[in-house]
Design a protein around this ligand. Structure first.
Ligand SMILES: C[S@@+](CC[C@H](N)C(=O)[O-])C[C@H]1O[C@@H](n2cnc3c(N)ncnc32)[C@H](O)[C@@H]1O
Length: 275
């Protein structure tokens, strides 16, 4: 386990992932019934943008950093994402998915975070503070999925955001979704994936399709030309059981994000049902 998200926090991939996450959290919070969040690969929760790791790659500058000078008015979903991260940026930090989720929980909502790395888990525990609504477990995320689903609330989201440092992660992602849907068919699943080799992306999409979910949406953002499979050219999310209005909300943001975050003039995006 060599992956450390501190090198990448706030990069273009986090922007897309957290934009989607904030939209789904806001949607869940609109109904007057408690919801549950499971974050299977949670990370440390809070990232210091002045850290050696963040400064070494400077990835946040080419990600969230580029969004801060966009002229208003912004598409509503982008404005909502920025409003969620700004309190952290004011402290020169970037929030991970656990702190974004925590910020959207109401009194009766719950969140469960799984993080396997001991230091990342310890940092997450501290970042969450004393919050009875949140539980951070040092555990394998796929095991946590089996242990916590279905949630008693019977509504909620599952974010699966693995580091993709080992071969076979697309298959594990597909299996996790199969297991999740079997236990909690109405849950909203957010699966994050890197765009390097297109064959891997096609494999994940085929795995999701084979499960015949009622509805699934693919949102992708590419920032580099896809002329090599050796770098992170783009990022994608599969959203299973997307909330009403998510597609339209993302359609308003993706072209602007692609233009703003593009490198070497190569920005692109995709938003389509995975039927
Ligand atoms: C991409 S980062 C998570 C970022 C976080 N979801 C966010 O959006 O802020 C992936 C995390 O998964 C952790 N990890 C790796 N293998 C794991 C496993 N089998 N179960 C749980 N966590 C794992 C890594 O230590 C790393 O912190």
């Amino acid at each position: 386990m060599n992956y450390r998200h501190a090198y990448h926090a706030g990069n273009f991939a986090d922007v897309l992932k957290h934009l989607v996450l904030v939209q789904v959290l806001r949607h869940l919070g609109r109904k007057d019934k408690p919801f549950f969040v499971l974050d299977t690969h949670a990370g440390r929760g809070l990232y210091d943008l002045a850290s050696v790791e963040a400064e070494k790659t400077g990835e946040y500058r080419a990600g969230i950093g580029r969004l801060l000078s966009l002229p208003e008015p912004l598409p509503p979903a982008l404005a909502e994402y920025l409003a969620a991260v700004r309190p952290f940026l004011a402290r020169n930090a970037y929030p991970g998915s656990p702190l974004l989720a925590q910020a959207h929980l109401r009194a009766g909502d719950r969140a469960h975070f799984a993080e396997l790395h001991p230091e990342e888990h310890a940092a997450l525990d501290i970042a969450l503070g004393q919050d009875r609504r949140c539980k951070a477990e040092r555990r394998d995320g796929y095991e946590a999925l089996r242990a916590t689903l279905p949630p008693k609330e019977r509504r909620g989201l599952v974010l699966v955001d693995p580091p993709f440092e080992e071969k076979g992660e697309m298959e594990r992602l597909g299996k996790a979704l199969r297991e999740g849907l079997r236990r909690f068919a109405t849950g909203q699943y957010l699966l994050w994936y890197p765009i390097k080799a297109r064959a891997d992306v096609r494999l994940l999409h085929a795995l999701v399709r084979s499960l015949e979910p009622k509805q699934a949406l693919v949102a992708e953002l590419t920032i580099f030309p896809e002329d090599t499979e050796l770098r992170l050219n783009g990022t994608g999310m599969v959203i299973v059981n997307p909330p009403f209005g998510l597609r339209e909300a993302l359609a308003d943001c993706l072209p602007l994000l692609a233009r703003t975050l593009a490198r070497e003039g190569a920005g692109g995006w995709k938003l389509e049902p995975l039927a």
